[in-house]
Structures are given as structure tokens and as C-alpha cells.
Design a protein around this ligand. Sequence first.
Ligand code: SAM
Length: 439
Amino acid sequence: MEEPSRKRQRNESELAPSGNSSYPPDASQKKPKTVAAEDYFESYEDLGVHHLMLRDRPRSEAYRKAIEGNKEAFQGKVVLDVGTGTGLLAMFAARAGAKKVYAVEGSNMANVAQLLVEKNGFADRIQVIKGRMEEVELPEKVDIIVSEWMGFYLLHESMLDSVLYARDKWLNEGGLVFPSRSRIFLAPVNLDSYYEEHVTFWEDVYGLDYSALLPAVKAQLMAQPEIQITVEKEQLLSHPLLVKDIDCLSVSPQQLRRIKRNFELPILRDDTMHGFCVWFDVTFDPHHTYKSKSQAVQGSDAAADSGDMRPTGGQVVVLSTAPGEKPTHWKQTFILLPADRGFPVNPDTTITGSMAMTTADDNSRLYDLSIDLGELDPDPAADTTSLNGVEEEKEVEPEAEAVEEGAMPGHEKDCQCGKCRLIRAYLAMEEGREGDTLG
Ligand SMILES: C[S@@+](CC[C@H](N)C(=O)[O-])C[C@H]1O[C@@H](n2cnc3c(N)ncnc32)[C@H](O)[C@@H]1O
């Protein structure tokens, strides 16, 4: 999957014909591009990227409300802002009464943060530290960590790793991490307008037939999710599925390397399904406090031992990027399925399968997203949404043996149920796609 930073969306040049290249190009040759750490930080040295984030009001207002609306939690506290950018969250924390804020920034944007901190009169309380979170030393431990680390479909860029590193090294027992929780959701979706714009379009281009390019176009569209798409709530075809519930106070980076989730999603109406929509939300809960691993193992009430920092009042704030919520710069992510004109679905259809999000071998900042239709992943870990060990992991019941060759377990060969029709259409498409020979 291609690396899209918040700055760059998609590389549109990949379909450009060159001299003797055969058409369509070979989608199987598509390798994720690697992102060197230097490139990653360089991408954040563009003021345009920060402008995009700063003018994203639902995002920025959620942080402002979570921090300044919880003054009792921040009053007199030592705060760390992981990836301060222009210094926004650090200055919110200072305005909320923090005694000291360490604002760490790995790119040259640290110079901008320093300038703005001084201009806004916070130089006595905010110390901007230029360097990578994993490499800098702080003068002391902190009571609260704030960070805006979320990428497309939540985990893209994997900046959460840096926050978890900071948490385990620098956060006091009983401290806070803002946001404290994050969740990933999935739902099948109808995207007629997208399909017309990106697929049907090629059938008639100013009266010319461009449909010979369709296999290449589809291969390109399916090789990577569409990360910047606006999906309306009405376009969702089932109730949302909670793919993963991440407790930012206790999750480990290793638990984020591979996320899997089985799904069985009953369709709500007659429609055409084009693929899946993925989105996320994050929650800022001033009552959810940190217990280090050693304290958790001992089973002691760490917060009480070290002086409970939970405020008595305080408000929980949620920032959601769901379809139907106020639009953010993350928009939603769309994963296209290989079907000529989508799959017809109706209230008898249940979409069954599993979703996996796995970090790319050559770049932990990139995730491969994959969806397997028709098969539940037998790994019990694929049947739990929680990453904090709170939720019990359920055994997946082994499916009954298929009685007929070519039939789905528990279904007859020519079964007309929605699931079987969908899977047959999918398999036919898969075979057809191989026949198209990409390359
Ligand atoms: C999404 S931006 C958020 C900027 C700012 N906090 C805001 O809300 O406007 C993330 C910032 O974190 C920085 N960053 C990412 N990983 C980092 C790390 N490991 N150490 C220091 N800075 C990091 C990036 O350079 C970027 O400026």
C-alpha cells in the first residue's frame, strides 16, 4: 500500500504509460513504498500540513475542549506534548494551568513552535525540545501526555508507538494520556458516485471507449485503500462493526502490529455493495489513569499509592470521524471490492469475513489492510475487539463440514442465500481478474 502522508494524498502518475510498457501494468508488482524516518519528519516541515490540521475545527476543538475543559486535571501538572508541531496542544495545556509543559517535536517545526510559544507569552512554562521522542531526555517525569497521533484509518503512520514509548518511560503512575482510548470501525458501503467517477467513467470518455483500461484502473484502485473519501451515513449498509478498541493507557506497540477481526454483518436494505468503509474515534477521559506494568502486575492501586491524580469533576470528550459526523481532514477510508458493478445485497444478506491490519515488513509506519470475504479467521484473536485484555477472548466455533464440493460449509452447492451469492460473485470476479492478466 502506498504511503500517503497527510500532505500527499495519492500518486496519480502510476498509470502513466511509458515507452514500451505493456498495458495493463502488473498490479502484483506493486510494492509498498518505504518511508524513511527523515522523509516522515520532513513531511511535517510544511506549514501547509499544519494549516490543514489547525483549520480542522472538529479535531482542534476536541483537543481544546478536552484540555481546557478539564482544567482541574491540568492545573499545576507537568505535561508532555508528543509531536507538538506548531505547539498547539502545549499552549492549550499551558492555558489550562499546567505548571510545566515539555513540547517535543522531531522536525524543524520545533523552531516554529518555539517562536509561537514566545509570542504567546508561554516561554516560562513551555519548554520546546527539538528531537525524536525516542531519543530525547526530559528533566523529569510527567503527569499527563497529550498528543495528536492519529493517521488515516487511525493507525496509518503508527505515531502511536512514539506515544506509548513516552508513556512507558516518562509518565507517572496515575497519570493521564490524552486521548485515552481509540476505536476503529468498519461497515459495508454503497458508493455509487465514487464508482461512477472512478470506474464507469472509463467506459465512455468523450464518446471514446476507454474500457480496455478498466482492469488496470481496478487493479490500482484495489491495490490501496482510498484514504480520503467522504462517506455519508446513509451509504452504510449495515450497523457499524467495532473492529478494535484500544486502551491507550495499557496497549503495547506489539499488540498493534497485527489487528484482526471476524465479522458477520447483516445488511439493512436492498442496495449495491461496493466495498467497506473504515473510520475511527478517540476519547479523552480524565478519569482513566495510568498503571505501569509493574504496578499492574503487583495488583496494587497504583494511583492511590502515588497520589491519585484523577480530577473529581471533568468531562469526557469524543472526537469521531464517523460518516455523518462533522467532517475532519481524515475523512473516511474506503476499501473497494473486486466486482464489476458492485454486489447486489438485500436484508437476507449477511456479509461474513475477516479484516486484518498488519504493519508492513519493511516499514512499521505503514499498515497493510486486507479483507477476506466468506471466511472467518479461526484465530481466536480475530474474535475480540479489545486490546487491553479486559474482554474475554472467545473460541471461534469450527464450521460444519461442507457436504458438497463447491458449497459453503453448512450450505448447499447452489444455495441462494445472500452470503453464498456474494461469495460466488466474488470468486467469479477473482477468477476473472486473473484471466485479465495484469502484466
Ligand atoms: C499530526 S502532527 C500534530 C501536530 C500538533 N500536535 C497539532 O495537534 O497540531 C504530529 C507531529 O508530531 C511530530 N512527530 C511525530 N513523531 C514524532 C516523534 N517520534 N518525536 C517527535 N515528534 C514527532 C511530527 O513531526 C508532527 O509535527
